[in-house]
Design a protein around this ligand. Structure first.
Ligand SMILES: Cc1cc2nc3c(=O)[nH]c(=O)nc-3n(C[C@H](O)[C@H](O)[C@H](O)COP(=O)(O)OP(=O)(O)OC[C@H]3O[C@@H](n4cnc5c(N)ncnc54)[C@H](O)[C@@H]3O)c2cc1C
Length: 379
């Protein structure tokens, strides 16, 4: 077991710290306020190789493994969770789905564009009435010769509007049949495919979240990922990896919130002493640091297993469950340590607090992670 950063991880962390100081920190509160999705930042992340972290070099990616990927997401999320979320969604979901299940022609066509961020990717599973129960989806595709005609809507889709391409999972069989769904790659501009309402969110406000609408949208059969009926099973596999990325996102937010609170506790004096000298505060910091360490171990364990090609269904759910709950607890205590200032936008604590909450919801809620874990341990 190796607990220290490798050379690559150290290089990625340093690069992101420099990048964040120049290109994220100066603008992030503006983006947060106006809910602006800063596409130019992702184009620059593409130049740094961070939009195709897991994509092999032959398809224009960085060819790294999950350890480097976790480090990249956590370091970005320490600065701004929104940027971490969008980077993770682009890499794990849209790009990850094509990487895992695309045929050679699809990989050659889409991965180089996605890995360099020439194109931004979206991934649509959730629908207005089916989130946790995604297998019950109602968006349908009906075959018409060489084409499939899609009708319905997806919601809460990251980059639903700004995405140049989306992988979408739709019903092609019976409701209740896990083999009744199929995945398609759909490019922006395809007639009948459009973005709907943009969500006005509590946190992660610079990460765009919108509806996707399909009105007699005709998609050629060559755009299908794998075979008819494989879409839901593919999606579950994509989420097994994706959950490691949300664990990394959670970890980064928790680390950012902790570092801010730690520094503040040593600067802020009350009763003629730094507040860190009060046991009520120092014990909070001790709990926060310990929980972050445990979340980090679970996350890197899942990443290491994924690198070794092992089944991470249970471990990625455990990492996601624990790290996301830690993120919320740490961000909450962070606000408490900042006192009244933690409740203002003058300090970063409130943003970590708002952003952290998404981590217990996106890519499967904490309750759904417990379902996944309990199924794995009870079988
Ligand atoms: C910012 C953001 C970005 C997102 N990005 C994407 C994206 O890019 N692509 C995509 O497809 N989706 C995306 N999602 C959707 C996200 O994955 C869902 O919101 C999530 O899976 C929960 O679904 P839901 O919101 O419909 O909640 P529901 O499923 O309605 O759940 C409501 C509550 O009921 C609980 N619950 C439901 N079923 C059970 C059960 N069996 N046992 C116990 N409790 C249960 C849940 O845990 C939750 O507490 C995003 C969401 C957000 C907020």
């Amino acid at each position: 077991m190796e607990f220290n950063y490798t050379e690559n991880q150290r290089m990625i962390a340093d690069m992101i710290r420099d990048f964040g100081a120049k290109h994220i920190k100066p603008k992030m509160m503006e983006w947060d306020e106006s809910q602006e999705f800063p596409v130019e930042v992702f184009k620059k992340l593409g130049e740094l190789g961070l939009m195709g972290v897991l994509v092999p070099t032959e398809y224009g990616g960085s060819g790294f493994g999950y350890l480097e990927y976790v480090t990249a997401i956590a370091e970005l999320s320490k600065i701004d969770g929104s940027i971490g979320l969008s980077m993770a969604a682009h890499n794990s979901l849209c790009t990850g789905h094509i990487l895992q299940f695309g045929n050679e022609a699809q990989k050659k066509q889409y991965l180089p564009k996605l890995a360099t961020a020439e194109w931004i990717g979206a991934w649509g599973l959730t629908e207005p009435n089916t989130g946790s129960d995604a297998g019950n989806m109602r968006t349908v595709a009906v075959q018409d010769g060489d084409y499939w005609v899609i009708n319905g809507a997806k919601n809460f889709i990251t980059h639903g509007k700004s995405g140049n391409v989306a992988v979408v999972i739709v019903r092609t069989g019976q409701v209740g049949d896990s083999h009744g769904m199929t995945a398609f790659i759909i490019e922006k501009g395809t007639p009948g495919f459009s973005a709907g309402r943009k969500e006005d969110k509590l946190g992660m406000r610079a990460s765009e979240t919108t509806e996707l609408i399909f009105e007699d949208c005709r998609v050629h059969k060559d755009q299908m990922l794998g075979k008819v009926g494989e879409g839901f099973i593919q999606a579950m596999k994509v989420l097994d990896g994706g959950r490691i990325s949300i664990a990394a996102l959670s970890l980064g937010i928790a680390q950012g919130a902790f570092e801010a609170a730690l520094a503040y506790s040593q600067e802020r004096s009350q009763f003629n002493k730094p507040i860190s000298s009060f046991q009520g505060i120092s014990f909070k910091l001790a709990d926060m640091a310990t929980e972050i360490e445990a979340a980090s171990l679970l996350t890197y364990q899942a990443a290491d297993m994924k690198n070794r090609g092992l089944n991470v269904n249970k471990e990625s759910a455990m990492a996601k469950l624990y790290a996301s709950e830690v993120s919320v607890r740490v961000a909450n205590e962070g606000v408490q340590i900042f006192g009244g200032y933690g409740f203002t936008k003058d300090y970063p604590a409130e943003k970590y607090y708002r952003d952290a909450k998404l981590c217990t919801i996106g890519e499967g809620t904490s309750e759904i992670q417990k379902l996944v874990i309990s199924r794995a341990i009870l079988k």
